[in-house]
Design a protein. Sequence first.
Length: 413
Amino acid sequence: MADAPPDRLLSVDEHRDRILASIRSLTDFPQPLMEALGLPLVEDVVAEVALPSFDNSAMDGYAVRHADVAAAGEGSPVHLPVVGEIGAGQGGPTQLAPGTAAKIMTGAPVPAGADSVVPYEWTDRGAETVRIDRAPAPGQHIRPEGDDVAVGDVLVSAGTVLGPRHLGLIAAAGRATVRARPRPRVVVLSTGSELRDPGSALDADSIYDGNSFLLAAAARRAGAIVYRVGIVPDHPGEFLDALEDQLSRADLVVTSGGVSQGDFDVVKAALAPLGVWFGGIRMQPGKPQGFGHVGERQIPIFTLPGNPVSSYVSFEQFVLPAIRKMMGRTPYVRPTVAARLTRAISSPEGRRQMVRAEVGVDASGVYAAPVGGHGSHLIGDLASSNALVVVPDDVTEVAAGEQVQVLRLDEEF
Ligand SMILES: Nc1nc2c(c(=O)[nH]1)N[C@H]1C(S)=C(S)[C@@H](COP(=O)(O)OP(=O)(O)OC[C@H]3O[C@@H](n4cnc5c(N)ncnc54)[C@H](O)[C@@H]3O)O[C@H]1N2
Ligand code: MOO
């Protein structure tokens, strides 16, 4: 990244493409099923057992031979001796002789020789002998082996993002682990001597650290394992010590603050000498950015601007795609959807503006209602929004009623 001239503003796409080109997907390994929820599968999971794995009863009742009960009907019951009881997982007869019945419970294996099940409701529930008032059809109330899944079937194919139903099936087929890439471990640091932890007292010139929570929550929502380290003061030595301490457990580091032109811009001061790139992006908010690789393991580090909305928008544009690439989740970049703008907005020339908005559906379709002003400190407006309207670099005015592209921030993709 060090080759990008610091004085030329990069487009959002240029910056993101350069980042993604330098990010490697993490190596997959067998993971316990619950760890794999929400991760893309790296293998085809193939059934090693059939489902059901044996013929079993769909009802509590009696296993019978159809030929023995075919004549049963109203006013002409059939009586059969009951030779035993088969409960699910409880053992019991595995063979049924002609002219007999065995009690059988839902899920229990049908004994060889039986071909139908008579539900309790069609009988007198006898223990020694049973009276059968109605005949099942041949095969009725039996769930045949392999009815659902055959040995060799692909249960879930590579690339599928594992959800509850996939995990249920994989477990039902007897697999305890699946190959998936691990969740990236993301370290989040906030810089700024003015910052205090929520819950502590404020001085006249201090503020609460919202950003580390904003970014850590966004990273966790993206699927990462997050270490929210919290606040580091504006001192390059302390910043580098804090970073060094964290690198051993990080796959990716995100910082906020200290990257613009100020006299105390700690992140830039500490990392520029290590070869981390700092420069401007044609995006508003989120112009000042830094990106590079640090430490022996060359961990990617995103140094996001400190203004809360800038930080969040930068995360969405640059960090989220990187986390997804590490996990192997595609698409890396959130797709935009079309919406109708409810009021006119203006945008600076030559910058891709990301306008906070509330997206919803009314009688005319999907709308995007801009929320609040442009200021990148307006975290109240950010929290009232669920979308960003993307105003292209060369557009300076968009009229009410025009179609725009929006990023729906709370949608899975
Ligand atoms: N002379 C210039 N000044 C600034 C420029 C510029 O181009 N020339 N760019 C502005 C833009 S745009 C942004 S964005 C900010 C980015 O500045 P930094 O990344 O150095 O961030 P800080 O100065 O540390 O903080 C900015 C702002 O955000 C508040 N902040 C910081 N961290 C947190 C946190 N964890 N939680 C809540 N709020 C936080 C901080 O107090 C400042 O108010 O630079 C402009 N300046
Ligand atoms: O780009 Mo700054 O991020 O406009 O506030």
